[in-house]
Design a binder for this molecule. Structure first.
Ligand code: SAM
Length: 259
């Protein structure tokens, strides 16, 4: 296994952030697909996937949408929780292709190569459940993103979001001590994407936003927050995977669209 370096995280402006919003995911997604297929990402296997499964299993779902589906691995592993259609969308062309190859054998699944904004503008919608996994911390314009999510979810439909926890990520990427960092601001950051096993050499964007910013944007776009979750990896899973979690790494927000 190659030694993991902690890559430099650099503050960038909104114009540069826009250039990094989608294009790098074309290069990252094959690595991410391998990582997930090898089962070597304990955060995904032991925390993200089971948390989404528990939340989604609480309601009867007939039309599931996965926004920013990446390689489609999460979509696939949630698909049994919809008794109707499953739609996965991603503006990264390679992601949509890889997701299509992975999901294509299930004729209930449809993959579209488009952003949520284009999907909403094309008149698609009526979903009763929508999953947004590790996407909201990668979009430049959170307001437009959530407005489109709200348009494609039917009244009283559910939105399930997972973001990198904004109290953990700055320490993980070692920028919490940078002079430009301030917890309560929106900050665009360029840093090298890391799989669970190695550095990728590919720069991606992530956006630091305080927790209240996510919640207030959701409330402002027609959602009611039903629950906030900060799941921890169990002590046994930490031991078995050789990792230590002192704080939650992910923040889940479960919402319902007001009628
Ligand atoms: C960190 S990846 C997450 C992929 C997948 N959900 C996962 O958990 O592995 C972020 C994804 O969001 C997608 N994305 C970026 N902007 C988007 C937008 N406006 N609408 C939908 N997806 C978007 C990117 O192309 C990328 O595939």
């Amino acid at each position: 296994m190659s030694e993991i370096r902690y890559p430099r995280a650099t503050r960038i402006d909104a114009a540069e952030a826009r250039l990094l919003e989608v294009e790098p995911w074309d290069k990252v997604v094959p690595l991410r697909a391998n990582d997930l297929d090898s089962g070597s990402d304990p955060s995904f296997e032991k925390v993200i996937l089971p948390t989404f499964r528990t939340l989604l299993a609480r309601r009867d779902i007939t039309s599931l949408l996965d926004v920013g589906c990446g390689a489609g691995r999460l979509t696939r592993r949630l698909s049994d929780l919809s008794r109707g259609s499953i739609v996965a969308i991603d503006p990264s062309q390679v992601s949509a292709q890889i997701a299509q190859e992975h999901l294509g054998s299930d004729d209930r699944c449809l993959v579209h190569n488009m952003s949520i904004q284009r999907y909403a503008a094309s008149g698609f919608g009526g979903h009763d459940a929508c999953v947004v996994s590790m996407v909201m911390q990668d979009v430049v314009d959170l307001a437009s993103f959530l407005e489109s999510c709200s348009e494609v979810i039917g009244p009283r439909g559910s939105l399930y979001c997972c973001v990198a926890h904004p109290c953990f990520w700055p320490a993980y990427w070692h920028y919490d001590s940078q002079p430009w960092f301030s917890y309560d601001r929106e900050i665009f950051i360029r840093s090298e994407f890391r799989t669970s096993l190695s550095n990728s050499g590919i720069d991606t964007l992530h956006v630091h936003r305080p927790m209240h910013r996510y919640v207030n944007e959701l409330l402002g776009h027609g959602f009611r927050v039903k629950s906030l979750l900060e799941p921890m990896m169990s002590a046994e899973d930490q031991r078995n995977n050789g990792v230590t979690w002192r704080t939650p790494h992910f923040l889940f927000i479960e919402c319902v669209r007001r009628g």
